[in-house]
Design a protein around this ligand. Structure first.
Ligand code: ZN
Length: 670
């Protein structure tokens, strides 16, 4: 493996020096580790670094993001001055940045920038015309009730197939339309009484007409929400997989001419489609007959304006931010414009910026370091499977095969995406966005019927995040995820790296291949059972313990959804125990020497906690619990740690401490 050799140098460099130790300085040592480990590990930093007004959360992820923005700003300013030839990446970067900063043009254009699109909606007179407009809006990235995209067939991962998923609502989750808690009530009240009327007034309606349009749109969205599945009901990959011919789809939703719709959406020669939620599409069909064309026109106008508001004049952008920024996520101010434009540009052509970023900031040495770390985690995972007492040999053999074939993508793609058909000009910011949405729509649509491109990345290298894709059985680890702000990679000791990267990212992502969803996909990435029935039952029983554990957590009166978050919680727990055993093989662990008074194992747990050094506004946290499969950051530390025996030993946690969990209740899955 070469691991200990590779990391040995770092141990020598980490002298006792609390000032430059990323896991020593952030602590709040007035808190007992056994009472609230997250606070003990991160509380010092969090106290000194309150959430800035422009953010809904603040922490290590944001600090990394800020550093990256500064680097990207320079790249953009250079591109702006370069006067590069039309069609080059430099021209696209420079002109995009220019259009986003050109507030004079943006203010002058106002809603006129969308006049052609709004006129098209005004002229709709019939259901067939409405469906054509759905198709058109799909090609420019605007939400309609039809959620279509091309993706890998879950049961045949080498095929790209058209898929239909539930879609079409304006609030972040269907539960917001129905939940009885105060947070949800306040939110939908604002949506109906302030936000939607404001959007319609900005669109030129008088107050009475704006109220009427709001009622119609809200009724339509409520119907779509009521026909949509809850977050936890979207987890079962079998229940959300219904492969059918277009003829069968025509029977399911007969008032839609699907063949024509797909062709107008640039999806050519479609014969088969995978429908996630058939009852939703039956409901869409019903809605087309139930709601008058004028209701639909109001709904589409609202979607168009609302989704493009961040790129329009201040009046539109400010109302959009007031609702989606402040009311939903608790942000009190907007970011400076240049930062907003860079964030948008990252979404539009992130890989163009990513190429320049990794060239300057991510070395081959670093890439090798983390590739080796993946293998150390893989080996440890294998040893964990060998030791499992609840899994039979036949299932274990399949698990070894799947694990061995997990493909790691580390740092940045080997092959970069081609942006040659993306056009960018200085004329109109929102025009650039519409062009970019259309570029990405075509990028996706072109994949239909083509071989799967397994070199592709769904995140840019400058993203502070990572993912597991079950259809490719791959983990994707962007370069930015390895950054610890303020310290060079080579100066971070093994203990911290194993906690910060091997546990919270590498081990976490590999475990996704073996969580409640991922375990249902085989080594080839196909949804196909490879478990004995008995082993499946045993797994589910253990997963249920973790569901129960997290159901017991709440914040601001909202309970964590243990079922919806189980995949993430399984991955967190698996990542920790597997990476910890990998760490036990390093020289640093074996030497057992303390650094700044902290043992190697203590530093491992602190390194993991550093990855979740994040605090959220109340609004953001409340919204996260309803809409997101991830538990809040502090629970991703305090939750799984209570299941890990070494955690109790390392910090001498005893019965009576708040984090103490009865050994019989401690969960062990992987
Ligand atoms: Zn995850």
């Amino acid at each position: 493996m070469g691991m200990s050799l590779l990391y040995a140098c770092k141990n020598k460099q980490t002298a006792d020096n609390p000032a430059n130790d990323p896991v020593s300085t952030d602590r709040d040592t007035t808190v007992k580790p056994g009472d609230d480990f997250f606070k003990y590990a991160n509380g010092g930093w969090l106290k000194k670094n309150p959430i800035p007004a422009a953010y809904s959360s603040w922490g290590i992820n944001r600090v990394v993001q800020e550093e990256l923005r500064d680097r990207l700003k320079k790249i953009n300013e250079d591109a702006l001055k370069a006067n590069a030839a039309k069609g080059t990446n430099t021209q696209k970067i420079g002109d995009f940045y220019y259009s986003g900063l050109d507030t004079v043009t943006i203010e002058k254009q106002g809603l006129a920038a969308l006049k052609t699109e709004l006129d098209k909606i005004d002229q709709l007179n019939s259901i067939p015309q409405l469906l054509d407009e759905f198709a058109h809006l799909q090609t420019i990235g605007i939400t309609t009730p039809i959620g279509a995209y091309v993706g890998q067939d879950a049961k045949n991962s080498s095929k790209m197939v058209l898929q239909l998923w539930q879609s079409g609502i304006g609030l972040p989750n269907r539960d917001y339309y129905f939940n009885k808690d105060q947070h949800s009530i306040d939110l939908r009240t604002d949506y109906q009484q302030k936000h939607l009327p404001a959007v319609f007034k900005l669109a030129g309606l008088n107050p009475g007409a704006a109220t009427q349009a709001t009622k119609k749109v809200y009724a339509l969205e409520t119907f779509l929400a009521d026909s949509s599945r809850k977050l936890q009901d979207l987890r079962d990959p079998y229940k959300n997989y219904h492969k059918m011919t277009v003829a069968a789809l025509n029977k399911l939703a007969p008032d839609i001419n699907w063949k024509s719709l797909f062709e107008k959406m640039d999806y050519n020669n479609v014969d088969t489609v995978i429908v996630g939620q058939p009852e939703y599409y039956r409901a869409v069909n019903k809605a087309l007959k139930t709601y008058p064309i004028n209701d639909w026109k109001a709904y589409l106008r609202k979607n168009l304006i609302s989704e493009l508001s961040p790129y329009l004049s201040d009046a539109f952008n400010d109302e959009n931010f007031r609702f989606y920024g402040t009311v939903i996520t608790g942000r009190k101010a907007q970011l400076p414009r240049w930062k907003r434009v860079l964030d948008v540009e990252n979404g539009v052509m992130g890989e163009v910026l990513g190429q320049l970023f990794v060239k300057e900031y991510f070395s081959e040495t670093e890439k090798k370091r983390y590739k080796d770390l993946v293998e150390a985690v893989r080996t440890s995972f294998k040893e964990h499977i060998e030791k499992l007492d609840w899994m039979s040999q036949p299932t274990k053999q399949k698990a070894y095969d799947k694990l061995a074939r997990v493909m790691p993508k580390v740092g940045y793609p080997d092959k970069w995406k081609d942006f040659s058909s993306l056009t960018v000009s200085r004329d109109s910011y929102v025009g650039n966005i519409i062009n970019a949405n259309n570029f990405w729509h075509r990028f996706n649509a072109k994949k239909l019927g083509k071989p799967v491109d397994r070199t592709e990345w769904d995140m840019t290298p400058q993203t502070y995040n990572a993912y597991y894709n079950p259809s490719n059985n791959e983990i994707v680890l962007p370069a930015a995820m390895f950054i610890i702000p303020g310290i060079k990679d080579e100066n971070v000791d093994d203990a911290v790296v194993y906690g910060y990267v091997a546990a919270s990212t590498i081990g976490h992502e590999i475990t996704h291949g073996f969580d409640d969803q991922g375990r249902q996909f085989d080594a080839d990435g196909n949804l196909k059972s490879w478990w004995t029935a008995e082993d499946s039952v045993k797994f589910t029983r253990r997963a249920q313990m973790l569901i129960d554990q997290f159901n017991g957590y709440s914040i601001y009166g909202l309970h964590v959804n243990g079922k919806a978050s189980q995949g993430e919680n399984i991955a967190d727990l698996g990542g920790i125990v597997i990476a910890l055993d990998a760490f036990k093989k390093t020289d640093q662990y074996k030497a057992g020497k303390t650094i700044n008074g902290l043992t190697p194992t203590q530093r491992f747990f602190l390194g993991y906690s550093l990855g979740w050094l994040i605090q959220d506004t109340k609004e953001s946290l409340s919204s996260q619990i309803l809409t997101n499969e991830h538990s809040p950051a502090f629970m991703r530390v305090n939750g799984p740690f209570t299941d890990v025996p070494e955690f109790y030993e390392a910090f001498k946690i005893k019965k009576g401490d708040k984090m103490w969990l009865d050994p019989a209740k401690r969960v062990k899955i992987w």
